[in-house]
Design a protein around this ligand. Structure first.
Ligand code: GLU
Length: 313
């Protein structure tokens, strides 16, 4: 059996908040309680919003909490370096070529505005489903790459992708209905999250992906990509999102719950104790360290972790 390797893959677009460190703690405990290792990857593909300074603060906040990583981070500790996505372009390009060779990718000239105007069906949560304007009539398609700027899209089948989430049980998603053909590389050359995350988790040897349940549909897209690339998919566990008093997902606007404020009002032990109590791992929010929680933890032990959201009072 492969050694367990978990990971935390934050985007350095702001200071972490309670929701981010909740996910980080659960992912760390999940790996450590299986005798595994934990990797830190910096997901800085969005060059407009990502800042080195935020990545440094993420590392500082994790260390302050006692959530040390065994591999990755800004100093690129480990064999799968680099661990910042902005420096992995050549690796993504190689994997994109492999996908193009399958004949299930195609060039797309549609703009987001154009897709909206074409009245492609929209989901209530604002997701835009691609209507297939640029999709070739016959697939697989091996036409040469055009020389005009274009995105690269991946054809998705009209069948269910089925998988078992370690917390939420059996899941099935029809990608054609839920998201449509999705982008692998944007027209401006930026790599899409779905491609980068699959390539990175596979090449970094990640076996357990613990992250927020807003990414449940992404897991189905990613499992489809794992198959096309011939990689083995990791196990997935999607944890609840933290919500504010108004029932909205925590965001940078909830200032009192960002790490700058939390570090002023808590010791590391108090904050870890509060998170453990929220996760249903302890019966009271007594201060503790992440290592104290390892013997108490199994993701399935806390029913709380199977909920879609947890309200932060
Ligand atoms: N970078 C993503 C985020 O910060 C997480 C992606 C993942 O865990 O797969 O939301």
């Amino acid at each position: 059996m492969d050694a367990c390797k978990g990971r935390f893959a934050p985007s350095p677009t702001g200071r972490m908040h309670l929701g981010n460190i909740f996910t980080a703690l659960i992912s760390w405990l999940d790996a450590k309680s299986r005798g595994g290792t934990w990797l830190l990857r910096i997901e800085d593909l969005d060059t407009q919003r990502s800042r080195y300074e935020y990545a440094r603060l993420i590392e500082d906040d994790l260390s302050w909490l006692g959530l040390e990583w065994d591999e990755g981070g800004l100093d690129d500790t480990g064999d799968a370096a680099p661990y910042s996505q902005s420096r992995r372009s050549g690796i993504y390009a190689g994997c994109l070529s492999r996908l193009e060779a399958t004949g299930f990718t195609y060039p797309c000239r549609c703009t987001r505005a154009g897709i909206m105007a074409a009245r492609a069906p929209h989901q209530r949560d604002g997701r835009v489903i691609y209507g297939g304007t640029c999709r070739p009539g016959i697939l697989p398609c091996h036409a040469p790459r055009p020389d005009y700027p274009h995105a690269v899209r991946l054809y998705v089948p009209d069948t269910d992708i089925v998988f078992t989430d370690c917390l939420r049980g059996r899941q099935h998603f029809n990608l054609a209905r839920e998201c449509g053909d999705f982008i692998l590389r944007r027209a401006d050359g930026a790599w899409a999250y779905q491609l980068a995350v699959v390539v990175d988790d596979a090449l970094m040897g990640v076996t357990r992906v613990v992250r927020g349940c807003d990414l449940l549909l992404s897991a189905a897209q990613q499992i489809y990509l794992y198959g096309l690339l011939g990689f083995r998919a990791p196990e997935f566990a999607h944890v609840p999102l933290l919500c504010n008093g108004a029932g909205q997902r925590l965001s940078k606007r909830d200032g009192a719950l960002d790490m700058e404020s939390l570090r002023r009002t808590h010791t590391p032990g108090q904050l870890v104790g509060r998170l453990a109590f929220m996760a249903g791992l302890t019966v009271s929010p007594e201060p503790c360290s992440p290592s104290d929680l390892v013997p108490l933890f199994s993701p399935e032990c806390a029913g709380v972790l199977a909920a879609d959201s947890i309200q932060v009072g």
